[in-house]
Design a protein around this ligand. Structure first.
Ligand code: AHG
Ligand code: MN
Ligand code: MN
Length: 343
């Protein structure tokens, strides 16, 4: 019989990182605090996403962002929540958000730190009004200079140099998933306690069950990507038995493939000549999730090379993304190399 007098250990994010620090001294207390700031932002955003239908938080603002997309009220709320919970702590030197054309320096009245935060405050905005799951994605870098005002080039680092990365998934439960370079760990929010508690230690991506892609754009893809999609559906000696699941929220589609096994892809497409590299952004969507994928035994590619090896040329640079099961992602690189010719 379980001994209810002796509850299993309650592992919070802080306790988990302190345990990590014991074996990885380079994981500093400041990084722990930044992760805590983001966990608090996640709780605040979750409090809105779970009541979006009640609070005046549904629908669109009048604004269009740098992406050319209408800003949803929850985009704006999430962006302000992350910014206001992190800009005054003295831990960051600057922030780069999907919702802002340029990066945000730390306001002059606050102390500056040594870390940079890149983030997608609300991923899956188009799903908010229909009670579908959404998420927040973040990446943390060391700044490149020892002091002085932050410049945009300090944000343009390859994902391989991320100090930590992760996401918050607002779904049937609220989960905080992160890596600081020593494995991937998932925490589930216990609303009764108001804390994220360790629920998925050392996540490793299992054998593939799913593939996730918006088949509606199939006619706009290259020959290599179309062949790959046939391969995933068991044709041409391909993989048998994969199910198609696509929510249209990157965080949710990725999270399902991370826990259940599978591959997500958003290829380059010829739909919009102004966006030949597809819809997803390298700095604050693809690269942080690529670090999670590789730390969990998976892989992430732009179709030609590892996402983590791509150095952004601009804050909002887009990239094709193939992410999840290492073998399945490597297969698309082989087909693109063979069928789509040189880059
Ligand atoms: P965001 O809401 O931050 O703009 O991201 C939306 C992205 C991503 O979450 C998802 O994978 C993709 O949009 C879905 O795009 P399609 O609707 O074109 O499939
Ligand atoms: Mn997004
Ligand atoms: Mn977004």
């Amino acid at each position: 019989m379980p001994d209810h007098a002796d509850p299993s250990p309650i592992i919070t994010i802080e306790r988990h990182i302190l345990d990590e620090q014991a074996v990885h001294p380079e994981a500093t207390g400041i990084l722990t605090n930044i992760l805590y700031d983001l966990a608090l932002a996640g709780k605040v955003i979750a409090s809105k996403t779970t009541r979006a239908g009640l609070a005046e938080i549904l629908g669109r603002t009048e604004d269009v962002n740098v992406q050319g997309e209408t800003v949803m009220k929850l985009d704006r709320f999430a962006d302000l929540t992350v910014t206001r919970l992190t800009d005054h702590t003295g831990r960051l030197a600057g922030l780069a958000s999907e919702e802002n054309a340029s990066f945000l320096p730390i306001p002059a009245q606050y102390p500056m730190g040594k870390y940079l935060l890149v983030f997608d405050p609300l991923d899956g905005s188009s799903n908010v009004d229909f009670n579908m799951p959404v998420g927040t994605i973040f990446g943390i870098y060391h700044r490149l200079k020892d002091g002085g005002p932050v410049t945009e080039d300090e944000f343009l680092q390859p994902g391989r140099d991320l100090v930590a990365a992760g996401y918050i998934a607002y779904g049937t439960s609220t989960m905080f998933v992160y890596t600081a370079g020593h494995g991937v760990h998932g925490f589930t929010l216990d609303p009764a306690v108001g804390e994220f508690l360790l629920s998925h230690p050392n996540i490793r991506i299992p054998r593939p069950k799913y593939f996730s892609v918006n088949l509606g754009y199939q006619t706009y893809w290259s020959l290599g990507v179309r062949r790959y999609t046939e391969y995933l559906q068991g044709r041409e000696g391909g993989v048998k038995g994969l199910s198609l699941r696509y929510i249209g929220t990157l965080v949710s589609d990725f999270h399902r493939n991370l826990l259940a096994g599978g591959v997500f892809y958003y290829p380059a497409d010829s739909k919009d000549p102004k966006a030949p590299s597809g819809k997803l952004r390298l700095l604050y969507e693809a690269a942080p999730l690529a670090l999670i994928a590789e730390q969990a035994g998976g892989y992430a590619s732009n179709g030609r090379k590892p996402i983590l090896d791509v150095t952004p040329a601009s804050l909002h640079q887009r990239t094709p993304l193939f992410i999840g099961d290492r073998e399945l992602v490597s297969k698309v690189e082989e087909l693109i190399r063979g069928l789509d010719g040189a880059e």
